[in-house]
Design a protein around this ligand. Structure first.
Ligand SMILES: *[C@@H]1O[C@H](CO)[C@@H](O)[C@H](O)[C@H]1NC(C)=O
Ligand SMILES: *[C@@H]1O[C@H](CO)[C@@H](O)[C@H](O)[C@H]1NC(C)=O
Length: 301
């Protein structure tokens, strides 16, 4: 059996190792906060995407063939988006611990035109792609070979002179109880829809939007005036990032104390062995408990 001192020093080592890994591979809370705030600034949250759907846990990298979208909110041309996009994820360390993107998880991926910023689009979006049952393999979102798209990718072609349209790419968690809503049916063309109606029709089968991006595409010169989307302020990013990191610590603690009910399709249970560990309750030891749980969990598996 390990002595408490051995466990503690291993935990401290694990903490510093995790810290290095986080810098190299994982999405930072600043990056996550920037996605969340970009959706608000672009008028995509709270409508057509309700705030309570948003739980970004990974940065979504979007590529159209060899055209990579560098930053959320970038402007692309119609010519650049002719190839159906591929999606790569860079998840947070917390998402990794929660198994959010494990290979047994399913996702619904949508590519939707929310129209021009600042105009009343009555919650309607235009569906350019919708497909259920994606999985994540090696950080890449992959469609299931036996689930056909509801709408196959159809490249954006906004009306000439309309102004820049906001094209969202959304990755929804899809639970095991998900049955595809009867409408729109498989093989439907590009058409307007209410994403809220679709979500409701899934009867709880869809969860949070765990990764998202949006791009702008315009053809010609806008004939009417268009409000411009304000860039996200770095102070807001920092303050949201720090509250996300505090939340993550709190969530980490609660999952070591109680069973993990937040994971809809979890086939693992790492909470069992952790209950016997007890440390004094201060923030530092809270961190140590989380890391210790992760470390012991790793050794037990
Ligand atoms: C798609 O996923 C649902 C669960 O979300 C599952 O019930 C269904 O069998 C899957 N379809 C296929 C063809 O794998
Ligand atoms: C996880 O394990 C604990 C302890 O064995 C148990 O009480 C709990 O119900 C389990 N949770 C799940 C989701 O299986």
């Amino acid at each position: 059996m390990l002595s408490k001192t051995t466990v503690l020093s291993s935990v401290l080592l694990a903490l510093s190792v995790n810290h290095c890994l986080a810098q190299d591979n994982d999405a930072s809370y600043e990056e996550i906060a920037a996605v969340d705030l970009s959706f608000r600034n672009a008028g995509l949250n709270p409508s057509p995407i309700p705030s309570e759907w948003m739980d970004i846990q990974a940065v979504l990298k979007v590529s159209f063939g060899d055209v990579d979208v560098a930053n959320i909110g970038d402007t692309l041309t119609v010519a650049q988006v002719q190839t159906a996009p591929t999606y790569t994820l860079s998840e947070t360390e917390e998402a990794d611990e929660k198994d959010t993107f494990d290979s047994d998880r399913l996702f619904t991926v949508a590519f939707l035109d929310a129209g021009v910023y600042g105009r009343d689009n009555s919650n309607q979006v235009t569906r350019h792609f919708l497909q259920n049952n994606f999985t994540v393999d090696d950080d890449v979102l992959r469609p299931s070979s036996n689930v056909a798209p509801i709408t196959s990718y159809g490249a954006p072609f906004p009306t000439n002179g309309d102004g820049p349209h906001r094209y969202m790419q959304l990755v929804f968690q899809q639970y095991q109880n998900f049955t595809p809503p009867s409408s729109p049916s498989t093989g439907s063309p590009i058409q307007t829809m209410s994403i809220t109606d679709y979500y409701r029709a899934s009867n709880g089968g869809l969860g949070k939007v765990v990764a998202a991006n949006y791009i702008l595409i315009e053809q010609g010169q806008a004939t009417a005036s268009v409000s411009s989307i304000q860039p996200v302020n770095t102070q807001s990013i920092d303050s949201l990032a720090s509250s996300l990191s505090v939340q993550a610590t709190a969530t980490g603690l609660s999952t070591t104390r109680t069973s993990s009910t937040s994971s809809p399709t979890s086939t693992r249970n790492s909470s069992g062995a952790m209950a016997s560990l007890s440390f004094p309750s201060s923030t530092l030891s809270a961190l140590v408990t989380v890391a210790g749980a992760a470390l012991l969990g790793g050794m037990l598996l």
